[in-house]
Design a protein. Structure first.
Length: 295
């Protein structure tokens, strides 16, 4: 058994990436039921009670371990962490900023902490804070990005060489080939985001899922959001934004829900990694995981 699977109490070292508002209890529980480790998303959450209810709803659907993602820049991240501890969440990933304030609280409550990092230097800093593992997320991944990232092929071995804690690879992983490549790079597990959007259990709208399936390997684009970039599907909206023509603020939660959940492709961006170019069908979560791990 992989050290990550053993740490998280799951069968396979496949962690579900948690992007925004599309990490619904049905998806999370399906990942855990299939042997992976499902994660609830809280990046755009504004209501602590909703986070509590999502944890409870997920637990009604599975008795397998699952976790959650904490977005460090969310002003309610510490409150969400307290709720996760109260509800018995066993592990969290921390992304979107430094885990400095979150690690002590989570570790005191017995929760495993996995930091998502874009560079080896950030990985070293996260390790010094006492995290249990690192997700090395390459620049081909979907969603929030920095301005000077490295690809998964380069980043993962650099992080493996830089830290002593277990390293999980993320970015560009969507099938058995990516899964096997991650281990060849020195990782002991994978985090998968975009591939799980294009599954039957995901609450994402069919327009979103079909756009992923129909995308080519160059079908995403980095959009400058000011403090960060977002890798998203190259919709007409994203094309306009790349030319500075559109005044929408697609980082707003309402716009994301309209686009991700309701299928309005003009309301906001559709985050996705370059791996969209090798996703050819909408599958069940179990089919995705079993193909990936060779079962």
């Amino acid at each position: 058994m992989s050290i990550i699977a053993e740490m998280l109490g799951c069968r396979y070292p496949v962690i579900q990436g948690a992007m925004g508002v599309i990490s619904n209890p049905e998806l999370v529980s399906a990942v855990s039921e299939a042997g992976g480790f499902g994660l609830l998303a809280t990046a755009f959450a504004t209501d602590p009670e909703q986070v509590r209810e999502q944890i409870k709803d997920t637990r009604k659907l599975t008795d397998k371990p699952f976790g959650a993602n904490l977005h460090a820049m969310n002003p309610l991240a510490l409150k969400f962490a307290e709720i996760m501890a109260e509800q018995g969440v066993s592990a969290v990933t921390v992304s979107g900023g430094s885990p400095k304030e979150l690690v002590p609280l989570l570790r005191r409550r017995g929760i495993k902490v996995i930091a998502v990092v874009p560079t080896a230097d950030v990985a070293r800093k996260a390790e010094s804070l006492g995290v249990d593992a690192i997700v090395a997320e390459g620049s081909e991944s979907g969603g929030m990005q920095g301005f000077n990232g490295a690809s998964t092929l380069v980043l993962v071995p650099a992080v493996v060489d830089a830290v002593k804690v277990p390293v999980i690879a993320a970015g560009g992983i969507g099938d058995a080939r990516g899964y096997q490549a991650a281990f060849a790079l020195g990782a002991v597990g994978v985090q998968v985001g975009t591939r799980f959007i294009a599954t039957r259990e995901c609450v994402a709208h069919a327009n979103y899922k079909n756009f992923i399936v129909d995308s080519a390997e160059n079908g995403t684009r980095l959009v400058n959001m000011g403090r960060f970039q977002v890798r998203a599907l190259n919709t007409p909206l994203v094309e306009k934004m790349s030319q500075g023509e559109n005044p929408l603020n697609p980082s707003a939660g309402a716009g994301l829900e309209d686009s991700w959940i309701k299928g309005d492709l003009t309301a906001g961006t559709l985050p996705a990694g370059q791996v969209a170019g090798i996703i050819s069908q909408i599958s069940s979560v179990r089919e995705v995981i079993e193909e990936m791990v060779g079962r």
